[in-house]
Design a protein around this ligand. Structure first.
Ligand SMILES: Nc1ncnc2c1ncn2[C@@H]1O[C@H](COP(=O)(O)OP(=O)(O)O)[C@@H](O)[C@H]1O
Ligand SMILES: Nc1ccn([C@@H]2O[C@H](COP(=O)(O)OP(=O)(O)O)[C@@H](O)[C@H]2O)c(=O)n1
Length: 658
């Protein structure tokens, strides 16, 4: 089932450590090699994600005994064959599963059907099939020519000189052949000739490296010709550890740089990859370094810590991404914070990944307000100045990397909603939890409570003391009510009231209210008539929803103090400090009475008291966002406290909480 959306709070910094999940590329290669090899393998650090489950399920369907306990899997190798001669295999959207399995199954022969999700049926596989047919493999397209689904039949294996495979669409075709051909190399050398410029070479290095671990030494001439020597056979190394995923590391490494902008960050360290990693995507950290990031390398970790001395932003420029196709997506995000446009080149392979990533990236970056240009195999992203950021709901195209990349937009100046965040399960089910662990959201102090408990005065004073922005959310309800009264909109016409709230022509300049382009005298909102009307319309769910985004947009660095009725329960549920401010009804009525008189508004204490009780009742009994303390709120009774004492009490709670 799809999770619908995840709202990310704007961030003021980042810091901490992340233990990376296992690399997808290594996990699926090792699983297949272990299944084909002779002997038992214990694989540790294995990634648990959609794509590895697809591979595990396929191997089990093929009769391979696999036992999995958390991050460890025990595989009893099939010694060059699969026990099941017939199987129907669901491959999801896992390119790292379908391609090498197609090669292995086709070379061995049998009666196998391979299919996946609709997007998988749009991802080309023709170049691999063409290469395998040169060996006499029987492969049929059961859908569209050149794409899965496939049927694999008997193998009439023959060798006829070098076998040709294209290398310029996906390096996974070559990887698939390299992983599977040792099955047929007992008596003869088998040579593969790559046609076209080989892309993603580092992924081929991973393949060669893992083949060595399984006893096969591939000889290569440049990146054009690969020979699997006669006598090669796959033998289990016994135990094999999977490195952390270097592509997934890129988001955290970028966070360790962007998270220092406000001076509130600390280093971010990813554990599980290091300077000797066999994954090409660790080169992303070198690219970041070239762009001006402060990077530290360890044997088993990489750490970023803001910018190098003397810089105020990452550098822009042209970046050849041929070697880091996946991590390169992360550079499209850091480009928003660079000092000049960034052009990513050699990214044609993005077009045939989980989605057309060039199109997806360009579309979603544009939603944030960014200027983006693109071509068949390149993307140019212009820096996005703070004032031009727009809040956006980001579509993720069933692409885990789109979802993970755009979490970095929360370092910008807008509210970010990630749609279908569950798609990260393809490679990193726990991504958003890990990201939240290193993220430092812009702090919010939420102050809720009944009328005249002192919320507004306390919030203003606390915000001033801390240098934070202040939001009096009641003002938004009062403004909507005031407009309704002005325009004669009935207070039970929820559609009209919702439209009013959604299009409230208001800005807050230097703490003052500007309505319809004119400075607005806030005293007009303090009358009891407006207060009662505000509390009436505030009970309408669609009005509350219409004001939700506007309220959240006040959360900006260095912090926010927000007062109202539902700041801690609904609008800022992740606020690190929530105060529920009360005072006895008598003292509140007296305070309000004095306040009104001092403002020259005529009032009678008994009436003020009665109206206050009426409003308390309405605010606490309504169905939506009823006035009540959040479970984690601190209760503060100000009946016997002065204004100054109450402010000090809130500041003391704040000091304790940070
Ligand atoms: N602890 C307090 N002691 C005395 N007066 C207070 C205290 N807190 C607030 N007041 C006064 O009560 C009045 C109502 O406070 P206000 O901040 O408008 O409350 P709210 O926003 O909760 O309705 C103001 O005139 C304010 O100065
Ligand atoms: N976050 C908020 C703020 C105000 N309101 C409503 O708006 C009315 C006026 O809010 P206010 O904060 O200006 O009221 P006072 O507490 O200042 O009297 C309240 O009585 C609530 O019904 C709300 O529902 N939720």
């Amino acid at each position: 089932m799809k999770s619908e959306a995840r709202d990310l709070p704007p961030l003021i910094g980042a810091g901490g450590r992340v233990k990376l999940p296992g690399s997808k590329s290594i996990s699926n290669r090792v699983l297949l090699l272990a299944a084909l090899a002779e002997g038992q393998a214990e694989i540790t650090g294995l990634l648990d994600s959609d794509d590895t489950r697809v591979m595990l399920a396929a191997l089990q369907a093929l009769g391979i005994a696999v036992r999995r306990e958390g991050e460890t899997a025990h595989v009893q190798g099939g010694a060059g064959r699969f026990p099941a001669a017939q199987a129907d295999l669901f491959m999801g959207n896992a390119g790292t599963a379908i391609r090498p399995l197609t090669a292995a199954l086709a070379l061995l022969g049998g009666d196998y059907a391979l299919h996946g999700v609709p997007r998988m049926h749009e991802r080309p596989i023709g170049d691999l099939v063409d290469a395998l047919r040169q060996f006499g493999c029987e492969i049929r397209y059961t859908g569209q020519e050149g794409y899965p689904p496939l049927h694999i039949g008997a193998s009439h294996f023959r060798l006829n000189g070098d076998v040709a495979v294209r290398g310029d669409v996906s390096s996974q075709f070559l990887t698939a052949l390299l992983l599977a051909l040792p099955l047929k190399a007992s008596d003869h050398d088998i040579a593969i000739a790559v046609q076209g410029e080989l892309i993603s070479k580092p992924y081929i290095e991973i393949t060669l490296n893992l083949l060595r671990r399984f006893g096969v030494q591939v000889r290569r001439t440049g990146w054009e010709r690969f020979v699997i020597p006669a006598g090669s056979g796959l033998r289990s190394p016994g135990r094999i550890a999977v490195e952390g995923d270097a592509s997934s590391a890129s988001y955290f490494l970028a966070a360790g740089v962007l998270g220092q902008w406000h001076g509130k960050g600390a280093p971010v360290r990813v554990e599980g990859v290091g300077r000797d990693s066999i994954q090409g995507d660790v080169a992303f950290a070198r690219v970041l370094e070239d762009l001006g990031a402060q990077v530290r390398w360890g044997d088993d970790f990489i750490e970023t810590d803001g910018l190098q001395a003397g810089l105020t932003a990452l550098r822009g420029g042209d970046i050849d991404c041929l070697a880091i196709p996946d991590a390169a997506m992360t550079l499209a995000m850091t480009a928003l914070f660079a000092d000049a446009p960034t052009t990513l080149t050699a990214i044609g392979s993005w077009r045939v990944k989980e989605t057309d990533r060039i199109h997806a990236m360009a579309t979603e970056l544009t939603k944030l307000g960014a200027k983006v240009e693109s071509g068949p195999d390149w993307l140019r992203v212009h820096p996005l100045p703070a004032v031009q950021w727009r809040s956006a709901a980001i579509a993720t195209y069933d692409d885990h990397r789109m979802a993970m990349c755009f979490s970095l937009a929360s370092f910008g100046h807008a509210d970010i909603r990630i749609l279908d965040p569950g798609c990260v399960a393809k490679t990193y089910p726990g991504y958003f939890d890990d990201f939240a662990r290193i993220a430092r959201p812009v702090p919010v102090i939420a102050i809720d409570g009944p009328t005249a408990s002192g919320k507004g005065s306390i919030a203003t004073a606390v915000a001033e003391a801390l240098g934070f922005v202040c939001l009096d959310s009641g003002v938004l309800y009062r403004l909507t009510a005031w407009e309704a009264l002005q325009q004669g909109v009935p207070l039970d016409d929820s559609d009209a009231l919702t439209r009013l709230a959604a299009d409230l022509p208001v800005t807050f300049a230097a703490g003052g209210i500007v309505l319809n382009g004119h400075v607005f005298d806030a005293a007009q909102l303090r009358t009891e008539a407006v207060g009662q009307a505000a509390s009436t319309i505030a009970a309408i769910p669609s009005v509350r929803e219409a004001l939700f985004a506007l309220q959240r947009s006040f959360r900006r660095a260095p912090g926010l103090v927000a007062d109202g009725r539902d700041m801690g329960t609904v609008v800022f549920p992740d606020a690190p400090l929530k105060v529920f401010l009360t005072a006895s009804a008598h003292s509140r009525a007296e305070r309000r009475y004095k306040q009104l008189i001092s403002q020259g508004i005529p009032a009678i204490l008994a009436d003020v008291f009665a109206e206050l009780e009426l409003r308390d009742a309405r605010d606490t009994q309504r169905d939506v966002a009823a006035l009540k303390p959040a479970p984690d709120a601190q209760l503060l009774d100000s009946t016997d406290l002065s204004l100054e004492q109450t402010v000090e009490a809130v500041l003391a709670l704040w000091r304790q909480s940070v």
